[in-house]
Design a protein around this ligand. Structure first.
Ligand code: FDP
Length: 285
């Protein structure tokens, strides 16, 4: 049963989250390796991936495991495909700013379109460990408490989250924005407050709670921006759309972007529908 499997995946990530959090203290150094996107890895990136991989591949009904930290998909039986960004925003670790974990659960072999998602969630390692989960038309928020497996508790904190009236915006990649995007940012900055922290989970999470728009658009030096479609773009777009908002790569919903490679990148914009639509219109001109 895929619902049971999704539940087990969610619980496995929730149970692993406090371990990842407490283990960050001694794993804040860069090691001499790169991930498949040629980004330097911290010891914490590799370690968080190992913890999550062990838990998730052991679940009955999980057929594939893929990670932003690994080149290839791991085949682990019949069933759902799980794509994980074990430590999103890990360049925030040395400075002790927000990081998180992003998970997409697809009912298709990877790589595939975001329309194949059956669930998506992310963990925020902030003042609290919280999780936001989108599934069956609803977005719910949880708080994870406890340290050891035996005392970890998952509490429902907010039910059926919907994006409120827009108040804030956050855009990444500013050193290499296109002229069109720079003009658009200029306009948006007159109306909304800027909040940008350098981790997708934290930046998107505040847009979800305050309303507004978050983007990491295409750059003059990177046509497809920075985010990985399977691991970051699709799960966050799925959550934004289920919370009553929208997403776009500049032309279409991120969920409709063709997936050709496991680590392919995508320009990402998501938030309140009216803002995403007007942004799409202006960028299209
Ligand atoms: P990081 O490189 O620290 O892992 O895609 C990863 C990501 O962080 C996002 O979480 C974040 O939004 C973005 O990259 C930050 O990029 P900039 O350093 O260009 O702001």
């Amino acid at each position: 049963m895929s619902e049971e499997t999704v539940e087990k995946i969610f619980e496995a990530v929730a149970e692993t989250a406090p371990h990842i959090y407490s283990g960050l203290l001694h794993r804040r150094e860069y090691v001499q390796t790169e991930n498949p996107s040629a980004e330097d890895q911290l010891e914490a990136d590799i370690w968080a991936n190992e913890l999550l991989k062990e838990k998730i591949t052991g679940i009955d009904g999980v057929g594939e495991y893929a990670s932003e930290e690994e080149h290839d998909v791991t085949d682990c039986g019949e069933g759902l495909s799980v794509a994980v960004d074990p430590l999103d925003g890990s360049s925030n670790i040395p400075t002790n700013n927000i990081v998180g974990t992003i998970v997409g659960v697809y009912d298709e072999e990877l790589p595939c379109k975001g329309r194949n998602l059956v669930s998506a969630f992310y963990v925020v390692f902030g003042p609290l460990i919280s999780m936001v989960r989108a599934e069956d038309g609803e977005v719910n928020e949880y708080v994870v408490e406890g340290k050891k497996d035996s005392d970890i508790e998952i509490h429902l904190a907010s039910e059926d989250l919907e994006l409120p009236e827009p108040k804030i915006y956050g855009f990444g990649g500013n050193k290499n924005w296109t002229e069109d995007f720079r003009k658009l940012e200029n306009k948006i900055s007159e109306q909304y407050k800027l909040r940008y922290g350098g981790a997708l989970v934290g930046d998107f999470n505040q847009v979800l709670h305050y309303g507004g728009v978050f983007a990491y658009p295409k750059r003059t030096d990177a046509e497809n921006g920075k985010y990985r479609l399977m691991f970051e773009g699709n799960p966050m777009a799925y959550i934004a759309e289920m919370a009553g908002g929208a997403s776009t790569d500049g032309e279409r919903s991120v969920l409709d972007v063709e997936a050709e490679e496991l680590h392919q990148r995508v320009p990402f914009h998501a938030g309140n529908t009216e803002l995403v639509e007007s942004l799409e219109e202006e960028l299209g001109n």
